[in-house]
Design a protein around this ligand. Structure first.
Ligand code: BG6
Length: 484
């Protein structure tokens, strides 16, 4: 699918995200011939750079952050699309220079704000002052959109003064992952799952987003945010809403987003009364991951000696609607866990009556595991009869195991940013977060912060390389369950 010719303007083109993800993703789109031949990429930063210095900078970013060699043929097409414009993004007067680099009579202008949200408003003003906003102009916003509901409203209002909701694309890169998209296929293209997806059939759901990395030199940002704002408010709640939503009428942006936001509005508030029973916070101390010693959170580069910021959160979430009545969703996410692992585990209910009591005893329930990363795949734990001429049935737990790398051998798994950049260029908003979703998520998360403040509890330490503080296991144990 090719898009209309675009001027994709990358604000913050020298930053980490642009170099690590955006530029390599655009290169991959070029390689797959998905960029319109007349589209251009205009890098913007406040540094003085010649055209050739910018092209070198992009080449270096590709060399550093791509796992594969640069293909000369792709590079020559890609580099011909690159352009650079120096703009002090806070200085309105400088945007007239940008106007010389784009042409809205020929191309749609797609502005990617890969900058701190504190300057989103200033960029919008600058674009307006230079006459660069028309009805077709789009804006792509990187997270974090705010620190809480109130600050997110301020940022969204600043942008909304200049761009309508239809022109605004809020990124949550988890929505661009292949395996996230596969959730829609799994749930709505397979009656086996579609018809068994509620409180009648499902006992509980676990969502784990474990990271091996620590805060990767981002103390300033992370200590202010913590794992709840960095991961739960956005990525985990997005995944949860895709798992829990009702079937959308179609795949169009408003149908999908209407259903997701409905889930967010049904999240039972966690209050001062329930916060101890439903939440666990942790902060890593020094430890060992895969044989390598790593420092504790408070010993990270740039760290203060004291901080109550959480690097781990586990939650029991209840969704107050018909479909999920009585079905807990357990969420956990943390830095410095034993391995990088994102998965959704659906535990089905036990059989109502057991005819295998004598040969097997209690029958374990079916478990569906959706492995989002790494080793992308889908797995179903089930019981089968062991072949043999024994007197009675001998059963054994076995797995149906679908691995994407085996089932789709010739397909490359694209990075989430490739998908999202392509969708933004195509003008399709389904995989972007609507304002009401961001606000519903903040409103629920704000309630947890308020409850944490009221209890005066602090995060519990856990050694790096473990699955979080003891409380995380207890959270499930008290409901008679355990993490997979
Ligand atoms: C980002 C967070 O949004 O997601 C990071 O800011 C985190 O702290 C990252 O490490 C995880 O993304 P992924 O795709 O590696 O799971």
């Amino acid at each position: 699918q090719t898009h209309k010719p675009c001027d994709l303007v990358l604000f913050g083109t020298k930053g980490d995200l642009a170099r690590r993800k955006l530029l390599p993703s655009l290169y991959q789109l070029e390689k797959a011939e998905l960029l319109n031949a007349n589209s251009r990429i205009v890098g913007v930063a406040r540094h003085e750079l010649s055209q050739s210095e910018y092209v070198d900078l992009v080449h270096e970013a590709l060399q550093t952050f791509m796992k594969e060699e640069i293909c000369e043929e792709t590079w020559s097409r890609f580099s011909a699309k690159l352009d650079y414009c120096k703009v002090d993004m806070k200085n309105e007067a400088e945007y007239s220079e940008l106007a010389k680099h784009v042409d809205q009579s020929q191309r749609v202008m797609v502005n990617y704000f890969s900058t701190p949200p504190s300057i989103f408003g200033a960029i919008c003003k600058g674009l307006k002052a230079a006459g660069l906003i028309n009805d077709e102009t789009r804006v792509v916003l990187e997270k974090p959109i705010g620190h809480d509901l109130e600050s997110s409203k301020v940022i969204n209002d600043q942008v909304a003064e200049f761009f309508s909701e239809d022109q605004t694309y809020r990124i949550d890169h988890y929505l661009g992952k292949e395996t996230t998209l596969n959730l829609l296929a799994l749930r709505f293209a397979n009656s086996l799952f579609a018809n068994n997806w509620d409180h009648n059939c499902i006992d509980h759901v676990q969502i784990t987003v474990a990271e091996e990395v620590g805060i990767e030199g981002r103390w300033g940002y992370f200590d202010d945010a913590g794992q709840m704002r960095d991961m739960v408010q956005n990525h985990l709640l997005q995944v949860l809403s895709l798992v829990a939503m009702n079937p959308p009428v179609s795949l169009d942006a408003s149908s999908v987003r209407d259903e997701k936001v409905r889930v967010m509005k049904c999240l039972r508030p966690i209050t001062k009364e329930t916060v101890k029973e439903k939440t666990v916070r942790g902060q890593y101390s020094a430890g060992v991951i895969k044989g390598k010693s790593v420092p504790g959170y408070l010993e990270e580069e740039g760290a203060n000696t004291e901080s109550n910021t959480e690097s781990f959160v586990a939650l029991r979430v209840d969704i107050d609607n018909w479909r999920w009545s009585g079905v807990p969703f357990y969420l956990r996410t943390g830095k410095r866990m034993p391995e990088k692992l994102t998965e959704i585990v659906i535990h089905f209910k036990n059989m109502p009556h057991n005819i295998f009591k004598e040969s097997y005893g209690t029958l374990p329930a079916n478990v569906l595991t959706i492995r989002m990363q790494p080793r992308e795949g889908v797995e179903v734990q089930m019981l089968n009869k062991v072949p043999g001429l024994d007197d009675h049935m001998v059963l054994q737990e076995t797995k149906l195991d679908l691995s994407f790398s085996e089932a789709f051998k010739d397909q490359r798994i694209a990075d989430a940013y490739e998908r999202l950049l392509l969708e933004a260029l195509l003008g399709n908003q389904s995989l972007f977060v609507r304002r009401d979703e961001v606000e519903a998520a903040w409103s629920w998360v704000d309630g947890i912060f308020k409850a944490w403040e009221q209890t005066l509890d602090k995060p519990k330490p856990y050694p790096a390389g473990t699955w979080g503080p003891e409380g995380a296991a207890l959270l499930l144990a008290k409901d008679g369950r355990e993490w997979d």
